[in-house]
Write a new protein. Structure first.
Length: 216
């Protein structure tokens, strides 16, 4: 493990754990594994691989996708440093349905369902804190779903760019997915994505230079 890697800081980045008191987060450290390496292009997780539980991205980038009935890739999202995936697998033994693929050299930290469930039984305060946090999260998800579904393609793209601005902490954001994959994620065609991106630039709302987009 790298000397500057902090297991506690790593787990604290996961959305499911970040609101927990520090004394409860410290109890998660002994049941977690850290800094497993995956080279660019390799599959970090895939259906029926026998691996359950949650991942936390320590370094690098990855994409999450599924395959439709025709075997076509449908991008569901991206994972960057500090993002987590598979939180639901800490609570359910249902087989994983999605693929997680490294888009750069990537290091991940993880936690299995068995170890997490054992800790939940032993630590009632942890279970109560998580339950209360889930309630608030459900409200937020519902609000975001309504907001997204009411937007046209142009505003959906703009909202995504604004989310990236907050996440990356800069007005010049970097697209970490290919444009066709990002279009799939936003629920629009690649042609519509390109056309609406040009319209946003013409409207003076953004400036595009390759994969870098500046919000004006």
């Amino acid at each position: 493990m790298q000397k500057n890697h902090s297991p506690l800081a790593c787990l604290s980045k996961a959305e499911i754990f970040r609101n927990l008191p520090v004394e409860l987060r410290e109890k998660l450290v002994p049941i977690s594994a850290h800094q497993e390496f995956f080279p660019k292009g390799s599959l970090i997780r895939q259906p029926f691989d026998g691996k359950d539980g949650m991942l936390v991205m320590d370094k690098g980038h990855a994409k999450v996708y599924s395959l439709n009935e025709d075997g076509k890739e449908v991008v569901l999202g991206t994972l960057n440093k500090g993002d987590s995936e598979g939180q639901e697998h800490l609570f359910s033994d249902q087989s994983r349905e999605n693929y997680v693929q490294a888009t750069t050299d990537t290091w991940v930290c993880s936690m299995t369902r068995k170890d997490f469930q054992k800790l939940l039984h032993e630590t009632p305060d942890l279970a109560l804190n998580l339950l209360n946090d889930f309630g608030q999260r459900l409200i937020t998800v519902e609000q975001n779903t309504v907001r997204r579904n009411s937007m046209d393609a142009k505003e959906r793209i703009m909202a995504h760019l604004e989310d990236l601005e907050k996440k990356q902490g800069t007005m010049t954001v970097t697209l970490q997915l290919k444009k066709k994959d990002l279009a799939s994620y936003l629920g629009i065609t690649p042609e519509t994505f390109s056309r609406k991106l040009k319209e946003l630039e013409k409207d003076g709302r953004i400036q595009v230079k390759g994969k870098k987009i500046t919000l004006l």
